[in-house]
Design a protein around this ligand. Structure first.
Ligand code: AMP
Length: 281
């Protein structure tokens, strides 16, 4: 595996691969890799000829009081994990390489960035959309894989690619969970032992909703009542939001009709966890 830090080198490599008609699959990450990321990489291996993984903790998507400085980083461990999976390129640019002095251009996916995490993390999705557009321009992939764990991010990237006429296929990858149901996340490392145990309530609440919908319940008010009741049983959990939305527009809905998404953001101490389930009736 080759590690590339410079934009020009990354672009030169991709141009060479494209000239040989190789299909480039891209998995963007912020590092501190876990089995969820690795599952995306394994998926990537099956979808093309070359796999590029990026590790870039993007300062633009963190708010001033968020965890950019403390975000877990472990490049040697990440490198050996990616090497073992047979990744071709690890793209690991510096912040100065991505945002040189004088940087002032941003991408905003307007409506999809407003609800859910957009409400509580102003500017977050502007940072995500900007860095994803830049990484796509640099890596020039044919296909890119994103986790459904960050469901709003996935929908924003799909919209961005369509709106900016980028010739890149976007693939969503199912949420990878721990044995007890907790969605894997780099931020799970912030949980104390008690918080880790309590955090299972997110996936428990999502399973409960799925069961209720299967039994015929469609009312958002009723479903959200059960979700919040389930999570409220854990004194360590502080709900930031629990929403039932249309899976495409992410607008609140009153009833489940077609594809809906139940989206959760819950704080446990200094860890902010998100999870979701797509529900169809
Ligand atoms: P991150 O490093 O958190 O920015 O995540 C990089 C990519 O991995 C994003 O597309 C995430 O949605 C995806 N991802 C992170 N955790 C999981 C998970 N538990 N299951 C599936 N995808 C995930």
């Amino acid at each position: 595996m080759q590690i590339i830090e410079q934009i020009a080198d990354m672009r030169r490599w991709s141009e060479g691969e494209r000239r040989q008609a190789h299909r480039i699959v891209f998995v963007p990450t912020m590092g501190s890799l876990h089995e969820g990321h690795l599952s995306l990489v394994r998926d990537a291996k099956t979808r093309g000829d070359r796999v590029v993984v990026s590790i870039f903790v993007n300062p633009m998507q963190f708010g001033p009081s968020e965890d950019f400085a403390k975000y877990p980083r472990d490049l040697p461990r990440d490198t050996s994990m990616l090497e073992a999976l047979g990744v071709d390129i690890l793209f690991h640019p510096t912040v100065a390489e991505i945002y040189p002095v004088g940087y002032q251009t941003h991408i905003e996916v307007e409506n999809l960035s407003v609800p859910l995490c957009g409400m509580v993390r102003p500017g977050h999705f502007r940072g995500v959309a900007t860095v994803v557009a830049k990484l796509f321009n640099i890596v020039q992939p044919h296909l890119a894989i994103f986790g459904e764990k960050d469901f709003q991010q996935l929908q924003i990237v799909r919209r961005l690619v369509r709106d900016l006429s980028m010739d890149i296929e976007i693939v969503g990858h199912p949420i990878v969970r721990e044995a007890d149901g907790l969605a894997m996340s780099s931020r799970n490392a912030y949980l104390s032992i008690e918080e880790r145990r309590a955090a299972v309530c997110l996936s428990r609440a999502l399973c409960k909703v799925e069961k209720l919908v299967r039994r015929g319940e469609t009312s958002a008010a009723v479903l959200l009542h059960w979700v919040t009741a389930e999570i409220a049983q854990e004194p360590l959990a502080q709900i930031e939001y629990a929403k039932l939305c249309d899976a495409d527009s992410l607008q609140d809905i009153d009833r489940v009709q077609g594809a809906a998404v139940l989206a959760l953001a819950v704080r446990f101490g200094r860890a902010r966890l998100i999870d979701n389930r797509v529900i169809k009736n």
